[in-house]
Design a protein around this ligand. Structure first.
Ligand code: NAD
Length: 487
């Protein structure tokens, strides 16, 4: 007797229940060897007072099954609710978001007919770490956190994925011309890891031109790896260009757990009307079947689904007078796919997931054995200056403090406003005052934390409000901070 794989199933909100029923119906008809275990997450759970949208009992199921097929969730607006998706990704260590993006022309309208790319998006770091602060009446900040292990893990995953799924090229998108430290690290690690995969081409593009090219020449891309925020944006650009927002599925992959879902939301406007296209969730389920090592079932379902599209059996969202033969509802579409199990498409390239070819990809950040020599050489002190004391006056006040550190530069939003600034009306209400152990960056000497504590105490005594400090380090003599614009 075949052992069935336990899968946690969350029906979700809005159209979630109807597309999940349709998807499970197809999986069952294709004899997928799965044992669904239903968990309740989302709107109802939020209403019961769980701000995370998931009860403790569901975590227990997830820990046991390690695989979740999830319908879309309606995130309540405002008021302390956390996005369930972000909670699941972070808590379950789902570091990679994998979104295949394919055009199905001419049966599905698209601006480009030969798209077949996969976006591998970092899922846990970047601006999505959710570390935000209000520092003054007028200024808010969001921290962008990028770690070497995080970069290594996602970039290695992208290359491993390319190798397993017979892809030819990996493109890295970053903005390292501006964010030289965070995005610069991502680009550097990309080059390092690419060297381990000589048979796979690699290239790097700045994310803005990269996004423009995805919009107008998507066929030039194969696998794309990028940071969290860029990945979020380009995923929707790519899906929109391919015309497959309602058809795309995505996988959220960790080393222990994985979650599969459609890329669209809960579509409350059409919920309960049997109008929704179940294809997005079905495609996610196909990714899931490959993940749990049922490639033959995945192949059968994908081919039946492609044949259904070719036969012009379409839900309303992709209906076209030219290529559609029959407009159907959610359940009828599922029935049409089931009726075609065992058939292959003739226009589209048939799916062919090979048994044994897709063993689970596990990737970990590599921990360096050698630690660099880290020296504290100064501090950036951010201050609230609500009375708009001009930069010259502020510098005079700071210069008179009892400290061995030298005031080097005052900046506002990254731009130098002292010394020798020619800016007409600088914004001085929120400034950063850089103190270093020496005036030249190549002559910095190590200081102790007590120097900073003494400086903070002096600032406090002078009535200057410190809102944040950022230590300045060198690592093996290399600066661990950027120079201000104009410094
Ligand atoms: P949406 O994707 O739900 O809907 C956008 C439009 O696309 C709507 O007109 C909808 O009717 C249509 N549509 C979406 N899926 C469809 C399908 N399968 N078949 C046919 N038409 C479909 O986006 P939205 O309206 O911005 O968001 C609605 C809710 O979904 C929000 O609460 C949002 O937070 C949530 N959401 C959840 C997820 C998720 O759980 N992964 C993702 C995105 C949005």
């Amino acid at each position: 007797m075949t052992i069935k794989t336990s899968i946690a199933i969350a029906y979700g909100d809005g159209i979630g229940p109807e597309i999940m029923r349709a998807t499970l119906h197809i999986l069952q008809a294709a004899q997928a060897q799965i044992e669904p275990v239903v968990i309740e997450v989302g709107e109802k759970i939020y209403q019961q007072g769980y701000t995370s949208g998931i009860p403790d009992s569901a975590w227990d199921v997830l820990k046991r099954t390690k695989v979740l097929l999830k319908g879309p969730i309606t995130t309540p607006q405002g008021g302390g609710y956390k996005s369930l998706n972000v909670t699941l990704r972070k808590t379950l260590g789902l570091f990679a978001n994998v979104r295949p993006c394919v055009s199905y022309a001419p049966y599905v309208e698209t601006t480009c007919s030969n798209i077949d790319l996969v976006i591998v998006r970092e899922n846990e770091e970047d601006l999505y770490a959710g570390i935000e602060h209000r520092q003054t009446d007028e200024v808010y900040q969001c921290l962008k956190i990028v770690s070497r292990p995080g970069c290594e893990q996602i970039i290695r995953y992208a290359f491993e994925y390319a190798q397993k799924f017979n892809r030819k090229k990996v493109t890295c998108l970053s903005k390292d011309n501006i964010m030289k430290m965070t995005d610069g690290l991502f680009h550097r690690v990309f080059n390092e890891i690419a060297a381990d995969y000589p048979t796979i081409q690699h290239e790097h593009l700045i994310v803005d031109i990269g996004t423009a090219l995805i919009a107008c020449q998507p066929e030039r891309f194969d696998v794309i790896v990028t940071l969290n925020l860029y990945g979020d944006i380009i995923s929707d650009v790519a899906a929109q260009v391919a015309g497959s927002v309602g058809l795309g599925g995505s996988a959220n992959i960790g080393n222990q757990m994985a979650m599969f879902e459609a890329i669209h939301g809960s579509a409350p406007d059409i919920a309960g009307k049997n109008l929704a296209n179940p294809s997005g969730l079905l495609n996610a389920a196909i990714q899931m079947l490959v993940h749990i090592n049922q490639p033959l079932v995945a192949t059968a379902i994908e081919n039946a689904w492609l044949k259904t599209l070719e036969d012009g059996i379409h839900t309303g969202d992709i209906y076209s007078p030219t290529y559609s033969k029959q407009k159907v509802g959610t359940q009828e579409f599922a029935d049409a796919v089931i009726a075609r199990l065992g058939q292959r498409p003739s226009h589209f390239k048939p799916a062919d997931y090979k048994p044994g070819a897709y063993t689970k990809i596990e990737c970990y950040g590599e921990r360096p054995q050698v630690r660099s020599k880290k020296e504290l050489v100064g501090v950036d002190i951010f201050i609230d200056n609500p009375t708009d004391i001009p930069a010259n006056e502020l510098a005079a006040k700071l210069g008179a403090l009892d400290t061995s550190l030298q005031l080097i530069v005052i900046t506002s939003r990254g731009l130098k406003i002292w010394p020798n600034s020619t800016i007409e009306a600088p914004y001085v209400r929120h400034c950063c005052c850089r103190f270093q152990s020496g005036s030249e960056v190549n002559q910095l000497s190590a200081i102790g934390q007590e120097e900073i504590i003494k400086l903070l105490s002096a600032l406090n005594g002078a009535g200057i409000e410190v809102i944040k400090t950022e230590n300045l380090y060198t690592f093996d003599g290399q600066l661990g901070f950027t120079l201000a614009q104009g410094q």
